[in-house]
Design a protein around this ligand. Structure first.
Ligand SMILES: [Zn+2]
Ligand SMILES: [Zn+2]
Length: 188
């Protein structure tokens, strides 16, 4: 059974209540796959659907959710689908330090991420200026910089609520409590 909201209870990121986000939702997986030159298969469609509802999921979590939809699909098959979709530009792979790689369907807009130090919850932060690279290093060492990938580290509303004993304030959901670390990847 599929509920009208598409939420089947297969929450794949602990501590995060999935909020439908049109920037991640894939309305037409078949069309997206075809446009990218990929053969349309059930696992590929399912992976795009799962990521649309659960952005920033790990491959393990995607595999579990895909199995919930399709039955037996191997984790290796899901890794293969993710790799093909990343290569085709349909899926973006991010690797916050200390975390397994996470995947999302929101690609090509140079957005950044805020990651909870306690539970790993990951949320989007829009590009600071709207186009890559949105940050310029004070010295570029002769590199031609085309991208700045920033990870804001902090504590998510749910973990803050646990600490303070007060209910989470949803308005804080994409605002980092503390900005502890920035990393800028330079293109070689
Ligand atoms: Zn947290
Ligand atoms: Zn994202």
């Amino acid at each position: 059974m599929t509920s009208p909201t598409g939420d089947q209870g297969d929450v794949v990121t602990p501590g995060v209540v999935p909020v439908p986000d049109p920037r991640h939702h894939v309305a037409d997986p078949r069309g997206r796959l075809r446009a990218a030159g990929l053969r349309v298969t059930a696992p590929r469609q399912a992976v795009l659907g799962v990521l649309g509802e659960h952005p920033h999921s790990t491959a393990e979590a995607v595999a579990a959710a895909v199995r919930g939809r399709l039955g037996s699909v191997s984790t290796q098959a899901v890794y293969d689908v993710l790799a093909a979709c990343v290569d085709a530009g349909l899926v973006r792979r991010i690797e916050p330090a200390g975390s397994a790689a996470r995947y999302e369907t929101r690609t090509g807009d140079n957005h950044h991420h805020v990651v909870c130090r306690s539970c790993g919850a990951t949320a989007d932060v829009d590009c600071v200026v709207g186009e890559a690279p949105c940050l310029h290093p004070s010295a570029d060492g002769g590199f031609d910089i085309d991208e700045a990938e920033v990870v804001f580290w902090g504590t998510c509303p749910a973990c803050r609520a646990v600490r303070t004993g007060s209910p989470p304030d949803r308005r804080d959901s994409i605002v980092p409590a503390t900005v502890m670390h920035e990393s800028v990847h330079e293109e070689r």
